[in-house]
Design a protein around this ligand. Structure first.
Ligand SMILES: [Zn+2]
Length: 230
């Protein structure tokens, strides 16, 4: 009798353990199914391609792009996203003289193999008139999702634009390789105009960079989690 009871108890315990294990597996499966979205961050230019230069300090756009991208990566990671960057250093991993095309193709390969939820390319702008200021977003007009992403980013950045420049902008369409090279929602964020001394000062300030990456991260979150089309 005692043995039979013990056997019954053991059977009950084994069943309970099995149910628990299955339940845990179930949770693990769910977690895997709802894995954090992966964002590709593309710091524009690099290596011998410095991009545009600052009106006052002659700072290279490529350096600012990388520093803002590193800050954006930090912020997105803090918010629970996964990230992949198309370059992580200012020098050897990027562009050597005469290899701009190969560098862009390498970025495309990184994007395709990452299979991301979206791509954000970080740049700084220039304009013949030095009075032009503010953050401006670009999208591929043939990509509906790219346009939706750009709108979210621009709306978010306009909160900063209104404070710093006194006006907002509309996201613009553009024919750029990084926007056309993959099927994923993609946008270029031109963080400000290095042809304007005031924007240049902001782009070099840690305080403004923090506000900028927060605005970009907010735009990404709204695109992924709020847009009804998603
Ligand atoms: Zn650029």
């Amino acid at each position: 009798m005692f043995r039979a009871k013990t056997a019954l108890l053991i059977t009950a315990c084994v069943t309970a353990i099995a149910v628990t294990v299955l339940a845990v597996w179930g949770v693990a499966d769910l977690k895997q199914a709802s894995a954090a979205p992966l964002i590709v961050i593309d710091p524009g230019h690099g290596g011998t391609d410095g991009g545009v230069t600052g009106a006052e300090t002659k700072v290279k756009e490529a350096e600012i792009n990388l520093e803002i991208s590193l800050l954006l990566e930090e912020e997105l990671t803090r918010r629970g996203f996964n990230t992949v960057k198309t370059r992580s250093s200012s020098g050897t991993a990027a562009i050597v003289a005469g290899e701009k095309q190969q560098d862009m193709e390498r970025r495309k390969e990184i994007i395709l193999s990452a299979n991301p939820s979206l791509v954000v390319s970080i740049h700084c702008n220039k304009f013949p008139s030095s009075s032009r200021r503010g953050a401006q977003v670009f999208f591929n007009p043939l990509s509906e999702s790219g346009q939706a992403l750009a709108k979210r980013l621009q709306d978010s950045l306009n909160i900063l634009n209104l404070v710093e420049v006194g006006r907002g902008y509309t996201a613009l369409s553009g024919d750029y390789y990084i926007l056309n090279c993959s099927p994923y929602p993609s946008a270029i964020v031109e963080c400000g105009f290095l042809s304007n001394a005031e924007d240049e000062r902001l782009l070099l300030s840690q305080d403004y960079r923090t506000k900028l990456v927060n605005a970009v991260a907010d735009g990404i979150q709204r695109f992924l989690f709020t847009d009804s089309s998603r």
